[in-house]
Design a binder for this molecule. Structure first.
Ligand code: HEC
Length: 136
């Protein structure tokens, strides 16, 4: 009787550890992204470059290209980094750059933890709207 009780009590532990392992592989939860800003006519030069300049250029600019990614020109940003494109024009929810700045997954959050201020919600919303409008 005692052993039956013990093995029954282990079931939740096994279920929990299985689902935790699965969560680590799972895709990021894009439902947690802040919504795109309600602003038309956004452009890289006018609206987005200043955000990247302040928060990203020191690692993704002329001097350093972490992850082989540069964000200091529109062409370079669209080209992406060592894992390919980070911006999907027209689809901000699929853009890994958006996942990174919204810190959906702390391991790939940008700027990295303790390496700079996280972007403000308003800035993330602007970046989303800009990408949804085609990343011009
Ligand atoms: C202190 C340095 C630092 C800052 C600041 C920084 N990054 Fe990064 N970034 C890295 C490093 C290191 C990597 C590559 C390793 C990794 O993925 O953690 C990387 C990788 C990335 C990638 C993935 C590139 C690929 O193809 O794998 C994206 C997207 C990215 N950064 C976006 C940003 C954005 C947007 C900002 C500004 C909001 C930013 N980063 C600020 C250091 C930084």
């Amino acid at each position: 009787m005692k052993s039956v009780k013990l093995s029954l009590s282990l079931i939740p532990v096994i279920v929990l550890s299985l689902s935790a392992g699965h969560a680590a592989d799972a895709k990021v939860d894009v439902s947690k992204l802040p919504p795109a800003a309600d602003k038309k006519g956004l452009s890289y030069d006018k609206d987005i470059k200043p955000i990247f300049e302040k928060s990203c250029f020191k690692c993704h600019g002329a001097e350093k290209q972490k992850g082989k990614l540069r964000l200091d020109s529109l062409d370079a940003a669209l080209k992406g980094g060592e894992d390919g494109k980070v911006i999907e024009p027209g689809n901000s929810a699929k853009s890994t750059l958006v996942h990174a700045v919204a810190r959906l997954d702390e391991d790939s959050a940008m700027p990295p933890a303790d390496k700079g201020e996280p972007l403000k919600k308003e800035q993330i919303r602007l970046i989303r709207a800009w990408i949804d409008q085609g990343a011009k």
